[in-house]
Design a protein around this ligand. Structure first.
Ligand SMILES: O=C(CO)[C@H](O)[C@H](O)COP(=O)(O)O
Length: 212
C-alpha cells in the first residue's frame, strides 16, 4: 500500500518546500486540481525535476479531449493522470490511448459516479489502470466518507489498482488500510498539519504496519 500526498495548494514555491519536508514519507506526489488550475503543467514539470525519485500524479480530472489533455500531463512528467469516471467512455478510451503511448497510467476518479459496479466493469474493459474512490471536499462537509464506496470497489474491481481519497486522517487510516487498497491518498491531514513532516511520518508508518 502506497501513500499519495495530495497538494491542494496554490503557490508553487510553498508546495515545493512542503514536499521537501515530507519527501521521505510519501510514495506518490499528487499535483492537486486547484494547484494545476493555478500553475498549470509548469507545476508538474517543476516537481518532475525536483523529485526524480517519486511517482507523480497530475489530478487533471479530465472531462473531455482525453488524448490531448492526458498527453499534455504525461509529457510534463506525470506517471498517472486522472480522468473523471462520470465522463463519456470515448474520453476515457482516449486517455487510456495516451497512457499507452507514453507508457504511463490513467486513474479514473469515481467522484459522483452513481452505479459503481457497472462503471468499474466498463473502465476495466477499456483498460484503465487505476480507479480512485473519492469523496470530494464539498461532500465531506455533508458528513460523507469514501468507506462504503471502497468496500464496493474491492468487491467488484478485478484488475485495476485501487486508491481511496476523501478526508483520510491518521486515526482513520486503519479502517481504510484493513480493506487493502493499493494507494491511500491524504491531502489536508498532512498539508494543513502543524508539523507536516511529523504527521506524514506517523501516517506513513501506520500504513507500513499494514504492509507486512
Ligand atoms: O482530489 C481532491 C479534492 O478534489 C483531494 O486531493 C483529495 O480529496 C485528498 O484530499 P483530502 O485528504 O484533504 O480529502
Amino acid at each position: 500500500m502506497k501513500l499519495q500526498f495530495a497538494l491542494d495548494v496554490f503557490n508553487l514555491e510553498d508546495a515545493l518546500s512542503l514536499t521537501r519536508q515530507v519527501r521521505d514519507y510519501i510514495d506518490i506526489i499528487e499535483i492537486g486540481t486547484p494547484f494545476i488550475m493555478e500553475s498549470g503543467m509548469n507545476a508538474v514539470r517543476r516537481f518532475r525535476e525536483t523529485f526524480p525519485e517519486k511517482e507523480i500524479l497530475a489530478d487533471t480530472k479530465i472531462m473531455d479531449a482525453g488524448e490531448l489533455e492526458a498527453g499534455s500531463a504525461f509529457r510534463a512528467g506525470a506517471d498517472y493522470v486522472t480522468v473523471l469516471g462520470v465522463t463519456d467512455l470515448a474520453t476515457i478510451k482516449a486517455c487510456v490511448a495516451a497512457s499507452n503511448r507514453y507508457g504511463k497510467k490513467i486513474c479514473a476518479d469515481m467522484i459522483c459516479v452513481a452505479d459503481l459496479p457497472r462503471k468499474i466493469s466498463e473502465l476495466e474493459e477499456l483498460g484503465v489502470q487505476g480507479i480512485a474512490v473519492h469523496t470530494g471536499v464539498d461532500q465531506q462537509k455533508m458528513g460523507r466518507t469514501p468507506l462504503d464506496d471502497l468496500r464496493i470497489m474491492k468487491k467488484y474491481a478485478k484488475h485495476a489498482e485501487i486508491s481511496v481519497a476523501g478526508g483520510i486522517k491518521y486515526h482513520t487510516v486503519p479502517v481504510y488500510a484493513e480493506l487493502k487498497p493499493d494507494v491511500l491518498i491524504v491531502g489536508g491531514a498532512i498539508g494543513e498539519a502543524e508539523n507536516p513532516a511529523a504527521e506524514a511520518k506517523r501516517i506513513y508508518e501506520k500504513i507500513q504496519s499494514f504492509n507486512v
